[in-house]
Each structure stands twice: as structure tokens, then as C-alpha cells.
Design a protein around this ligand. Structure first.
Ligand code: PAF
Length: 289
């Protein structure tokens, strides 16, 4: 049963500077047991709404950040193409019962003279870590800054970006940061495609083929859990996706928290995949067994 919502602030506030953020966070903390943070890069969809709903549902005062973080885009990735929809995002967050939206600009997040970044290893090393060099350094740095700015008791991240969730969880443990990380299950379209801000760039034909990634994961996970040879099943799934027109960056069986490759099903096993369809790179993952 969610705790009753705060009554002093029926309307959602928007903070664009650090003094505004500090002011509103202090007010939100009055009489509330917890402050929750949902970090996002905007262009919000039902997957983000599930994160905000989960935060609001705990009864915590909920802060959602919207910041398209240049530091987590490689020079080859098109930062300027990342979708933005400030008016739509604010309306969505208002409707979800979010209390405060934190929308810093780049100069606020990265003031001149900054000399410190967070460089995660362990779960950050493989997969996205090797396909997108520097991505997790940029992600972990901005998330650490958001934690320092908002000082939440709890933060919500989607399981859709499984490796990101593990990197953040590891960082919080390693740096003894005083907050809890909660993972929220992936939200999917009816045909299985995991929601992503980038899905809007799929052509009609690509959109029809895109759910094949999830179907390949689901089929493979089931067969591995039933005792099939993981190596053979993964090989067959990659080959089938290639025939469907996917450029498969990886499709692997890993230990969920560490992202280390494993050979057989076990309780923490996860299938993870990244594959390109046209100009869109799709990420997905599911538990095995
Ligand atoms: O998942 C995202 O949208 C981003 O990586 C995050 C966590 C907001 C950091 O920029």
C-alpha cells in the first residue's frame, strides 16, 4: 500500500539550476520518509513511466532527472540525433505524480575545470563496454553526479539496460554510496519488442522484424534452461538473426551481476544481446530458467 502523498506540493516543480534543486529537495524531504530518483535522458515512454510509477508507488518523494549526457556518447555516435521532447516529458511526469523534475544544462553538469570521472571496471568491461568505449565511464560519472546533487535514498533503473543496472549497483557498493538501487522489469510492446527511445528510428519494415530479437532470446533461454548446449544454441540464434538482417554485436549467456560469460544455465544466468537493424542498435536481455 503506497504511503499517502505529500500535500504541500500538489504541483510538480521543475529545477534547472543547482540552487533550485537544493531548495526543492529540502522541501520534499520535509515530512517524507524517503527521496527517490529516476535518472533519464528524456523522450519518455512507457518504460520510463514504469520507473516513475515504481518510485511514486513506494510513497517516496520522486525526483526525475532529464539530461542527455554527452559524456556517454562516443564521438562516432550521433548525440544531436538523440530524441528530445521537453513538453511531452513534463506532461508525462506530471501525470505520473512525479514531484520534481531536475533538468540541468551541460554547463551545470560539467562546469569548466572538472577533472574527475568515475571509471568502472568489472561488470563494465565486456559487451557494451567494449562495443562503446567510454560509454560506462560517461554513464557512471553522470549518475554519480546525480546522486551527489539529489542525494536520493533510492534510485530506479530499468532492467532493459541490464549491464548499466549492474554497473550502477557495483558502483554504489564499491563507493559506499548511501542509497539503494532498484531494478524495474523491462516494458515490452505486445509483440515482445523492448521499449526504447530509439525504436522511433526503425523503418516500418525494420519495426516488423525487430521483435525477432526478443523471440530469439526467449527461444534460446528456454532451450538452454531445458538442458540444451548453450554454445550450439547461441550460435544458432546468432545465425538466425543474421539471416533476418540483424548485425549481431553479441548474444551471450552471462552471470547476471558480473556479466562474465558462462557455459551452462545457473540461477543467476541471463541472456544478453545487442544487434543492429538499419541505423538502430537494439539491446535486450532475459533471465534463463
Ligand atoms: O539509461 C539512461 O537513460 C542513461 O544511461 C542514464 C542512466 C540516465 C544516465 O545518463
Amino acid at each position: 500500500m503506497p504511503a499517502p502523498r505529500d500535500s504541500y506540493n500538489p504541483d510538480m516543480h521543475v529545477a534547472r539550476t543547482l540552487p533550485e534543486l537544493t531548495h526543492y529537495c529540502a522541501r520534499l524531504r520535509e515530512g517524507r520518509t524517503a527521496l527517490a530518483l529516476v535518472p533519464t535522458m528524456g523522450a519518455l515512454h512507457a518504460g520510463h513511466r514504469a520507473l516513475v510509477d515504481a518510485a511514486v508507488g513506494t510513497g517516496a518523494a520522486t525526483v526525475t532527472s532529464i539530461f542527455v549526457n554527452p559524456l556517454q556518447f562516443a564521438p562516432t555516435e550521433d548525440l544531436s540525433r538523440y530524441p528530445r521532447d521537453e513538453a511531452g516529458d513534463l506532461a508525462t511526469l506530471d501525470a505520473c505524480g512525479c514531484d520534481l523534475v531536475w533538468m540541468p544544462d551541460v554547463a551545470t553538469m560539467y562546469p569548466p575545470g572538472g577533472a574527475t570521472t568515475v571509471d568502472p571496471s568489472g561488470p563494465a568491461e565486456r559487451w557494451e563496454g567494449s562495443h562503446r568505449p567510454g560509454h560506462f565511464r560517461g554513464m557512471a560519472t553522470v549518475v554519480a553526479k546525480l546522486f551527489g546533487q539529489v542525494r536520493p535514498d533510492v534510485a530506479f533503473f530499468g532492467e532493459k539496460d541490464w549491464q548499466q543496472l549492474q554497473v550502477v549497483t557495483r558502483m554504489v557498493a564499491d563507493l559506499h554510496l548511501p542509497l539503494r538501487i532498484v531494478g524495474v522489469p523491462t516494458v515490452r510492446e505486445a509483440d515482445g519488442l523492448a521499449l526504447s527511445s530509439r525504436n522511433r528510428f526503425l523503418s516500418e519494415a525494420e519495426r516488423r522484424r525487430a521483435p525477432n530479437l526478443y523471440q530469439a532470446l526467449a527461444r534460446t533461454a528456454q532451450a538452454i534452461a531445458a538442458g540444451g548446449s548453450a554454445a550450439e544454441l547461441l550460435h544458432a540464434a546468432r545465425a538466425a538473426l543474421a539471416v533476418d538482417g540483424f548485425g549481431v554485436d553479441y548474444l551471450a549467456l552471462v552471470d547476471g551481476p558480473t556479466l562474465e560469460p558462462i557455459a551452462t544455465a545457473q540461477p543467476r544466468a541471463r541472456l544478453i544481446a545487442a544487434a543492429r537493424l538499419g541505423t538502430v542498435r537494439l539491446l535486450d536481455n532475459i533471465p534463463v530458467g
